[in-house]
Design a protein around this ligand. Structure first.
Ligand code: GDP
Length: 194
């Protein structure tokens, strides 16, 4: 995908604040600090289009971006953050759930996992939940550069086993080396018909 333009559109907490549903959309989800902002920034070839989670403010909101004026990318707030106050956490699940259930133009959810960590019940539940609602999942193992090529393969096999998915469903990625960038774009293009 040749990215000619990428812009921030708006932040939202509820459907009335979402941009009009006109473009095919792909959302990105993952634990805080997993490398979600880095992945989106790498995809659109911009250093700081998406603010990293160390930047306070926009991270607890659903952020909408447009690429090449024909694709919508959505940055969902990171989950599993122990430091998030209970009052915030209570609104956060329903906010994401409302989006994932109701957004008509949503074509797939990219779930970003750290290649070094065997996913737990939270990830498994999230994947099951997506399939219950008929949402396609694109699974990406990021920070692949942290492991040798042989360790990457071994870890991919272990993660596939833990998630009960085929190994080929897991794309290895690194924001640092850009490994896997064409593969992630292909997966997105496949679901958005671009
Ligand atoms: P987010 O909270 O999920 O948006 O995570 P960030 O994109 O802010 O990344 C969290 C930390 O991991 C930062 O220090 C990044 O520099 C680092 N990071 C993200 N992706 C990669 C990667 O592919 N390789 C390496 N080595 N570090 C990464």
């Amino acid at each position: 995908m040749l990215v000619k333009s990428a812009e921030f559109v708006t932040s939202a907490v509820k459907p009335t604040q979402y941009p009009e549903a006109l473009l095919p959309e792909v959302a990105f989800a993952g634990r805080s600090n997993v490398g979600k902002s880095s992945l989106i920034n790498t995809l659109v070839n911009r250093k700081r289009l998406v603010k990293t989670s160390s930047t306070p403010g926009r991270t607890q909101l659903i952020n909408f971006f447009t690429v090449n004026q024909n694709l919508s990318l959505v940055d969902l707030p990171g989950y599993g953050y122990a430091r998030v106050p209970e009052s915030v956490r209570r609104h956060w699940g329903p906010m994401i759930e409302t989006y994932l259930k109701g957004r008509e133009t949503l074509r797939a959810v990219v779930l970003i996992l750290d290649i070094r960590r065997i996913p737990g019940i939270e990830e498994q539940n999230f994947i099951d939940w997506l399939s219950l609602y008929g949402r396609a999942a694109i699974l990406v193992l990021t920070k692949a550069d942290k492991l040798s090529k042989s360790a990457q393969k071994k870890q991919r096999r272990a993660i596939a086993g833990a998630l009960n998915v085929d190994e080929t469903a897991l794309t290895l990625f690194s924001a640092k080396t850009r490994q896997g960038l064409p593969q992630v774009w292909s997966a997105i293009e496949r679901v958005t018909g671009d």
